[in-house]
Ligand binder design. Structure first.
Ligand SMILES: [Zn+2]
Length: 339
């Protein structure tokens, strides 16, 4: 099969490698129909050490079941399915509590930018999509694999409810879909902090009522002014330390900071002057997107939401390297790969 491999920072090549095969009776093999490049793929694109053998990439995909192991019962050859970016049994106590990324059998995909992929724990991971492979809904359905569920998790962990005032930090795909999610959960005022106008314009279409492009102390002052003293719910969808500081700066006393941007830092203030003194809750983590697929699927199918709008470029698998470059140069918000 053809597959994208990264040989070091900035070096993505599409090559022919052996097809994956069933290794466990709970495995499935999926022929990928749509995959994409994630903002988190850009971290290794910046700093992956050079290697001789290369590393397969990608964790978001939907496709057709090609083969199943003997113990797989919920999907069969020919089903169109989407996978969460993690694989899990979906039956252990952590899965049942809605934290599939803490499953006792969890693993994470990293080989989805390819023609075929092996899916461990297929019954706990794959969800059948009731559409055909030529459906116009495929881009939106692909967002269920990660970015939509991750934005939704940010809003859920902040307990966003009707009438809420919410601030979202970050105008990448996850931040924009956190806006959409907050709107879906009934938020009335949604402040989007971001600097790229094409993206914040989409954020407005998704439900943002205010856009704040300023950063640092200036951005904090504007949000505190807009919210009469701070936002009760802050969704942080970046992961860098300045975004955390921004969140602490704009959150209202008694409020919640919900993080879904993977922290690129281990140390940050949590003491009296930052969180404790103002009774701030710090929440969030790796999104258990499998928990949300069933909940979010109907809105996509009936057209009430169109999260697939975050894809602003479509390429073929052989152009994957261009897709990384376009996202890294911020020419593209999110690149869809159609096979
Ligand atoms: Zn589990």
């Amino acid at each position: 099969m053809r597959a994208a491999l990264m040989y070091g920072a900035g070096d993505v090549r599409v090559e022919t490698i052996p097809d994956p095969t069933i290794q466990q009776p709970t495995d499935a093999i999926v022929r990928i129909v749509r995959t994409c490049v994630c903002g988190s793929d850009l971290h290794p694109y910046h700093d992956l050490p050079v290697s001789e053998q290369g590393t397969q990439m990608g964790h978001e995909f939907l496709g057709l079941v090609e083969d199943t192991g003997s113990e797989v019962t919920t999907v069969k050859k020919g089903d169109l399915v989407v996978a969460s970016f993690s694989f899990q049994d979906n039956t252990c106590e952590f899965c049942r509590a809605g934290f599939q990324t803490a499953c006792v059998h969890v693993g994470f995909f990293s080989a989805a930018q390819a023609e075929l992929i092996r899916v461990p724990l297929a019954d706990g991971t794959l969800v059948i999509l009731p559409v055909d492979t030529d459906s116009e809904l495929l881009p939106s359905l692909l967002t269920l694999a990660d970015v939509y569920g991750t934005g939704y998790h940010a809003a859920k962990m902040a307990k966003v409810t009707a009438g809420d005032t919410v601030a979202v930090i970050g105008d990448g795909a996850v931040g924009l879909l956190a806006v959409l999610s907050a709107k879906q959960l009934g938020a009335e005022n949604i402040i989007l902090m971001g600097r790229h106008q094409a993206r914040t314009d989409l954020g407005r279409e998704f439900g943002a009522t205010h856009v704040v492009s300023e950063r640092g102390d200036e951005g904090i002052a504007i949000v505190r002014d807009l919210t009469y003293g701070g936002a009760p719910k802050v969704l942080e969808a970046v992961g860098h330390r300045p975004a955390y500081d921004q969140a602490v700066g704009i959150v209202r006393s008694g409020g919640v900071i919900s993080r879904v941007g993977v922290p690129q830092y281990e140390e940050a203030p949590v003491g009296f002057g930052s969180l404790f003194g103002r009774n701030i809750t710090l929440n969030g983590g790796p999104a258990p997107v499998r928990a949300y697929i069933d909940e979010l699927l109907p809105g996509i199918l009936d057209g009430s939401v169109n999260p697939g709008r975050v894809f602003d470029r479509t390429i073929g698998l052989d152009s994957t390297s261009d897709g990384y470059r376009a996202m890294d140069d911020r020419e593209a918000l999110k690149v869809l790969i159609a096979l």
